[in-house]
Design a protein around this ligand. Structure first.
Ligand SMILES: Nc1nc2c(c(=O)[nH]1)N[C@H]1C(S)=C(S)[C@@H](COP(=O)(O)O)O[C@H]1N2
Ligand SMILES: [Mo]
Length: 316
């Protein structure tokens, strides 16, 4: 994967070019004319709102650099997909809208609804809805209308989407048109039926929300051909909290500590790198991250299992 300037080590976040950011859609991409688009805030609020794009822009524009990760298939919750990017969002915190709408005391959950409709898993007439506890939504949810300095593209959620930092992408509802304050969870295909999983040590499934601790080798890439000598092995690591260590192992050898950039001030990934001599032949390179909460990537059998690439080093 290529990344944009600034170069690593400057302490500023690097961003994935928009064309390289993965796209996920369960019901298709709706065709939205921004002149007809509105966002409503309704349900258990003192003052229901209906905003057009000018009204959203009038709330001011903030920037949010953040990593963005897809959970993967809800039918294969243990299979790694490694779809991850980092972008600079621009928009407004949800709290600015909630301050105007004023949630009633009975409001406990926030539902986010997209304009995409269709069928999924043989069920017709679905809309893409996700929900979060009000306290979480108020603190974390950001409403973005720009990605990497440009208006959102149709496939990334034009004209407005939710972004939930440090949570899996499935929570970041695109083509946002309706926000509902409620006293209960939103029952549905993408909330209570799919996107739930049983975490290690738990007996009950819970909604797919906070990301796992994870890391990915960016260079060298899988299958790359290299010359023998000292090679820089580098990638990115991310979690719900700070990454405190990344280790790299070559060919089942000892885990060696990589250098890890300090965390940024927001929900950004951290770069890691290790210089290592590689001899001619085929090699397997693996990385695993550890976070401040003590979580470590498992070796296998989980969606955040250690990442491995294979390289071929030319004979000398
Ligand atoms: N309205 C709507 N929002 C959605 C989805 C969707 O299908 N419809 N897919 C979700 C999933 S699973 C992910 S990973 C992210 C992907 O965002 P991106 O396509 O902009 O990368 O959008 C989320 N938001
Ligand atoms: Mo996803």
């Amino acid at each position: 994967m290529t990344t944009q300037v600034p170069a690593p080590g400057t302490g500023r976040p690097d961003f994935t070019p928009t064309d390289d950011v993965f796209v996920r859609k369960h019901l298709g991409v709706p065709d939205i004319d921004v002149a007809d688009w509105t966002l409503t805030v309704e349900g258990l609020v003192e003052r229901p709102l209906r905003l057009d794009m000018d009204a959203v822009l009038a709330l001011g524009t903030e920037r949010l650099p953040a990593f963005h990760e897809c959970f993967g298939s809800p039918f294969a919750p243990d299979v790694p997909t490694r779809a991850v990017a980092q972008v600079e969002w621009a928009g407004v915190p949800l709290a600015a809208l909630l301050d105007r709408a004023v949630p009633l005391a009975a409001a406990r959950h926030v539902w986010f609804e997209g304009a995409d409709t269709g069928s999924f898993q043989g069920q017709d007439g679905l809309t893409y809805v996700k929900d979060l506890p009000l306290s979480v939504a108020r603190g974390d949810v950001f409403l973005a209308h720009r990605m990497n300095g440009e208006p959102l593209s149709a496939e990334h959620g034009f004209p407005l989407r939710a972004v939930v930092p440090r949570m899996f992408g499935t929570n970041s509802v695109k083509w946002l048109t309706r926000i509902v304050l409620a006293d209960r969870r939103a029952e549905g295909m993408f909330t209570t039926r799919l996107y739930n999983r049983v975490l290690p040590g738990d007996s009950e499934p819970r909604p797919v929300r906070e990301v796992d601790v994870s890391s990915k080798l960016f260079a060298p890439g899988d299958g790359e051909q290299l010359r023998a000598g000292v090679v820089e092995l580098s990638g990115r690591a991310w979690s719900t909290t700070e990454i405190v260590g990344v280790e790299v192992s070559v060919d089942e050898g000892a885990w060696e500590a990589a250098e890890v950039d300090p965390p940024g001030s927001g929900p950004t990934w951290q770069r890691f790198s290790l210089e290592r001599e590689l001899t001619p032949g085929e090699h397997r390179i693996r990385c695993r991250a550890r976070d401040l909460a003590g979580r470590v990537q498992p070796l296998a059998g989980a969606r955040n299992a250690v990442h491995e690439v294979g390289v071929e080093v030319a004979g000398g």
